[in-house]
Design a protein around this ligand. Sequence first.
Ligand code: ATP
Ligand code: MG
Length: 478
Amino acid sequence: MLDAEQLSFSYNFGKADAIVALKAIDLRVAPGELVALIGHNGSGKSTLAKLLAGILTPTGGRFSVDGVPGEEAQLWEIRRRVGMVFQRPDDQLIANTVIDDIAFGPENLGLPRAEIEVRVQRALAALGITAVAHKQISELSGGEKQRVAIAGVLAMQPGYLILDEPTTMLAPAMARQVLRLAHELRDREGLAVIHITHFMSEVVDFDRLVVLEAGGILMQGTPREIFARADELEAIGLGVPAVTRFARRLIARGVAIPHDVLTADDLAQQLSLRVNGSSAMHTPSPEPVPENHIGAPLIAVRDLRFSYMAGTPLAQEALRGIDCAVYPGETVAILGGTQAGKSTLIEFFNGLRLPAPGMVFYKGEDIVAADFNLDRLREEVGIVFQQPEAQLFEDIVGMDVSYVPRRKGLPPAESRALVEQALAAVGLDYEAFRLRYVYALSGGQKRRVALAGVLAAQPKMLILDEPVAGLDHVGARS
Ligand SMILES: Nc1ncnc2c1ncn2[C@@H]1O[C@H](COP(=O)(O)OP(=O)(O)OP(=O)(O)O)[C@@H](O)[C@H]1O
Ligand SMILES: [Mg+2]
């Protein structure tokens, strides 16, 4: 049993700039239980995870794991029992190669060589990464690193596994596989899993949901109980699974189905009951189609072709004759599987990559023409990258967000107004955040700051490369 009683934690405890992250948490997790921890960016999820895994020590209250008290002297014992996969896999991977990294934990436990081998092979197979076992960590994609981090923790064979947003960087199929693995480990080995996520549809088949808000537990219960309280969740900026949301819209339009529909199968069954029973469903009138294509395109792309490592035996075709245009005021979605070339394409939109002449035009001008102003293009077309925290380059939030306004030499009052608006647009209060250190933000808060920095540059066009990974429902919408 993992048992927390009145657990609290403040960063910079006892100092003037202390930040209360958790207050009076009472939480018990039984062996073999599947628990999901959900909550707003900054609500304290990662902090709670680190306390339970013996990585941080509480500044108030008590906790124990299978009777072992969570005190300084026992932290190693706690860490052996509770494995944690961090929000950013880079924070966790230590060795140079995949196989060495996974073996690191078991080696530290002083296990015999043969046992270590077995554990490493099993963990590699469980995560489907046997093929990259001898690769350097630095050569892996974000998703692969995440899997190595999980494998490394599994090789320790903990009784409790905490996954801090393990699916944010994974393609949907891989994310489902990681979740399936969590269920299997529970069924086969009796492992308890605490899963932190912003994807509500991932947790509908969990035993229990725990909702954190501003450092406290707001509610806990089965997924059905929690998602039936959609209005309360909305009020604190959290969503419900897409299927539940859709069912609620049907209910609002007079379709008599229960409030706690959680899965597509559930909904299909409820609807087939209705359709067979009566024809009460009315067809809603179609929403008016917004007008678009006003004026000339901002960006026009003509027969854009691009290969990585062109002219070498390793050449790999990434873009194969793309034609498209983006007009002022338009919202455009770029879809495609992993490696379909989405990120490569958008790098041409703001001149991070340069095409051959005659392929990419900004406001009618060829971006590789001799007299084209590339600096202006880069200022006017803002990109929020897949891992926005990688684009934070100042230590202090206010400095980071004001970077472009300052570089443009705007008067301080104007620059300040832009920063304030940009932070407000991403749901962060100017006064509360402007002097915060970037490194001391939660994962989602960092992403919001990165987005604010791009907004403060007042782009004419904003490109978002999978920016909502790791943002809560409200963060993702704003
Ligand atoms: N190293 C740190 N120093 C100071 N404050 C911190 C530090 N890490 C987190 N915090 C603050 O503690 C609070 C809880 O942060 P935590 O990382 O636990 O949130 P979270 O629920 O995991 O958020 P997210 O969904 O964005 O990952 C936030 O107010 C955050 O800004
Ligand atoms: Mg977190």
